[in-house]
Design a protein around this ligand. Sequence first.
Ligand SMILES: [Zn+2]
Length: 446
Amino acid sequence: MTPELSQLFEFLRFPSISTDSRHKGDVRACAEWLDAKLTGMGLTSTIHETAGHPIVVARNQHVEGKLNLMIYGHYDVQPVDPVELWASPPFEPEIRDGKIYARGATDNKGQMFAHVLGVEKALADGELPVNLTLLFEGEEEIGSKNLTPFLEAHREELACDVIAVSDTGMVGPGIPTMGYGLRGITCGEVIVTGPSSDLHSGVYGGSVMNPVTAVARIVASLHDADEKVAIDGFYSDVAPLEDWEREAWSKVPFGEKEYLAETGAPASVGEAGYTVAERLWGRPTAEVNGIGGGYQGEGSKTVIAREAMAKLSFRLVPGQDPDDILDKVEAHVMANAPKGVDVKFVRGHSGEPYLNDPHSDYGKAAQASLATTFGKEPVLIREGGSIPIINTFKTILGADSLMLGLAVPGCKIHAPNESFNVENFEAGIELNQELIRRLGALGKKS
Ligand SMILES: [Zn+2]
């Protein structure tokens, strides 16, 4: 085993499960190990206490005139349940068929440690060409609650020009991938109440509005026959896809057939006029995440329920404002509420969409680093999901994030038998060296 792998194995052996208070000591021990590693590399490393798990920040000697690069990652992991489905114990890393199996192998210890070792290799060549800040938190898997106040309190010390984050995916093994956008989200719940209690459907049926029917009508009104969202003004601020994006995405080896195999769905259905990739990365959606009301037990029960509900969420794209969308959703729900029931719309949580320019100097440096490392041109993608911390960085530090994910499809993050390709771990080390070199060459923008 290479010294790099054996160090990663040490890191993976800490059961740093942030959500489980029984592992509080393990999370701290993991932070201390990381701090010692960073200090051993000649960096100034500090463990910062928070109301929850610690944040580790390390830096080289910053000097005037160099570009400030921040690298972000997280050393906490998800729980391992159901542990009996693991082929090898989650905190005893093992290599099988070129993959490292352990909890955190991909998400995020393997990817963040590739950054660390890339920095170590770059340091071996002498002084770094960048002012580097490494920021590693222990609460990503539980919503990064204490990171926002930390960023606010340390805004000046953490000031940077650009951020590198490896916590996203590659579209396939050996296909270097750079993400430059994320969808936002907003949520709400529709609650419909009718009679003051459940009613006999024979005695009262046909004379009162049924709340379950009402919820079904509201849900059905969200889309038209072309699978477009039928809410007034929903698309009015959507930034249209640029020609270069449609062109770039058409080259992503991501076909309908593979997609059906991955999802197990009988057919791909979505907004007319867009490819699967475009629907996922560049178009907004309305989804029903849950619907309920009435009798759910065995057999039949002739009842008109007094209440019914539906949980809705909306994935948003650049241009759309979560609050504005929620206003439009609420107006739509009310306008489509049948007579004879009370309809309430409860607003839920939101997150802004994110987009940066992959053709900026930083983006080009990152793409060139990916190309050198993997020996082919990277594909440019946006992601369908949301990473709130990327927006927080933009808001508080004013810096964009280069999303250089190394996770491959099927790596099973958050699930039993999580793995990370050894090949990607090694590529990640090289990628980080390249990135530091190329960003360093850009120098400080004045
Ligand atoms: Zn995760």
